[in-house]
Design a protein around this ligand. Sequence first.
Ligand SMILES: [Zn+2]
Length: 266
Amino acid sequence: MPILILIFVFVFGLIIGSFLNCLIWRLHEKIPLIPFTKGGDKWKRSYCPKCRKQIAWYDNIPVLSFIVLRGKCRKCGKAISWQYPAVEFITGVLFVVSFYLSYRVAIYDLSFIIKLIRDWFIIAVMIVIFIYDLRWYLILDVITLPACVIALIINLWLNYSWQNLLISGIIGGSFFLIQFVISKGKWIGGGDIRLGLLIGLALGWPGVLVAIIISYFIGSAVGLSLIAFGKKKWGSEVPLGVFLAVGTIITLFWQTQILNWYLNMF
Ligand SMILES: [Zn+2]
């Protein structure tokens, strides 16, 4: 594979990652995403969250600016969050991995492009959910619900049967709905139900099941480690969306391999 394509994909991922940081910040600060709409007068170019001064374009280059500025705002000298370069870098890497995995097995027609766009879309959504749930223990409907519609449309376009997507959507949503009802909303929040639905519509059957199982494995491993190192206590609130986002991306990449590995055990 030409290395130039991979570099191009990586840079594209960095730019999308930069956009995701901006999206996360604006969602949290309730700043409109588009200028000239209702409340759009509050819309501004990217600015430093600490001193609120606008950031020049040359200080807003993904990852590079963070390194050049040594992680500090040029205007006020306060530290810039690690989240910014980390999200940009991870988005770049995940875009490259997804491109590489699709490229190896693809027949180069329109469906290759559509599948790639779907995978990048799901990755981007899961990164936003990961960061938002990690920082603020919240899964936003304004992210999950539109993503459900888009994932459904793209997957139908990719010739998933509507029966498959209906079943996997119901499984994903009801898995969390049942726990929500049993625990009267103590174990999990309503946002998890919508995220379950999204995972179902994004991955189809049996991907939804694989993603949930992997997420619970990772969640238990991380949870037990945090308890062992005294960082958390039994019964601490768990940002489930963080683990579901990771499980979804892993399943998106390696669903076939995971299923084969599992079936070969018997
Ligand atoms: Zn500043």
